[in-house]
Design a protein. Structure first.
Length: 303
């Protein structure tokens, strides 16, 4: 009798610009998801053009549902539907397999790595340990990468006090804010699994004292209100929620505070900028990476 595999994987190759869309759509169907560069990047400090998305299942995947999700993601990203490759993994092998493929990532002064690459941490950088898990946010998606660069620039320009990370996922941006000098960071997400992952990542990076986590929908949680106003608010989600949150984010921001937004494609920028202008926030710049835009806004001058 043939022994059943312990896990199944489905792999597909997508352009880097489409990575966030596929991670978001497929992550909901899987036990875990990882993405890694296909081949070497042309610039060692920039992401590669093509990425492999590996989706892990602990039972035989529903291929019909998976194909529908891939077609939807391809449509949202405006690319041809990628082919799927189904594979089997023996017990416990998938973690080491993923770790082998998840290479360290540099984003400005930030250095993201897995425990298997701890010996590669360079001096003089903000090192953040991130393991493969069930929450979005490894730093490799263009939206997350852009936020990391914006956080680094903000940390250079001013001393950070309180920071709010809305839709924290794995907690990578909250950890980055703490590494860049934030005194206190509140990381929230609608998904309790993501909140647990973010809390664990804060612990393994020795940042639990400065990074607090809460399960919350939007800005509706007493912990968010109690910690306001914030010197910086980071939200790497989607353009629709970003627009709906504009007024609330403006009210929770301290005078002279900064807002960093991402998760939007280039054609969505105009609507997001209009929403934040109506909330009294001034556009202060963008970071564009392969069709994904990270936007920076500021409130009025410090009193």
């Amino acid at each position: 009798m043939t022994k059943s595999p312990a896990a199944w994987t489905v792999e597909l190759v997508v352009p880097h610009a489409a990575l966030a869309v596929f991670e978001d759509r497929l992550g909901e169907l899987s036990l875990a998801l990882s993405s890694f560069e296909k081949g070497a990047a042309r610039d060692p400090l920039q992401p590669a053009v093509e990425w492999v998305v590996q989706v892990l299942f602990d039972a035989t995947p529903d291929m019909a549902a998976l194909r529908r999700a891939v077609v939807e993601a391809a449509g949202a990203a405006d690319i041809a539907t990628p082919a799927l490759t189904l594979g089997e993994l023996p017990a416990t092998d998938w973690v080491s397999h993923t770790n082998t493929l998840l290479r360290p990532l540099r984003a400005g002064r930030f250095f993201l790595y897995g425990q298997h690459d701890a010996d590669k941490r360079p001096p003089g950088r903000y090192a953040i340990r991130m393991e493969a898990g069930q929450a979005f946010g490894t730093g490799r998606a263009p939206s997350t990468y852009g936020c990391l660069l914006a956080i680094e620039r903000l940390g250079k320009a001013r001393r950070l006090g309180r920071v709010l990370d809305l839709g924290t996922g794995s907690g990578v941006l909250a950890l980055a804010a703490a590494q860049a000098g934030a005194r206190a960071v509140l990381a929230t997400d609608i998904d309790p699994v993501a909140v647990r992952v973010a809390r664990r990542n804060a612990e393994i990076n020795g940042l639990r004292a400065r990074v607090k986590t809460e399960t919350a929908t939007g800005l509706h949680h007493k912990a968010i209100a109690m910690a306001a106003p914030y010197d910086a608010i980071v939200a790497n989600i989607l353009s629709g929620p970003l627009k709906r949150l504009a007024q609330g984010i403006g009210r929770h921001l301290a005078p002279g505070g900064t807002v960093i937004l991402s998760g939007l494609l280039d054609y969505e920028e105009r609507g997001v900028r209009a929403a934040y202008a109506s909330a009294g926030l001034a556009f202060a710049g963008r970071i564009a990476i392969e069709g994904w835009h990270t936007l920076v806004f500021r409130s009025g001058p410090l009193r």
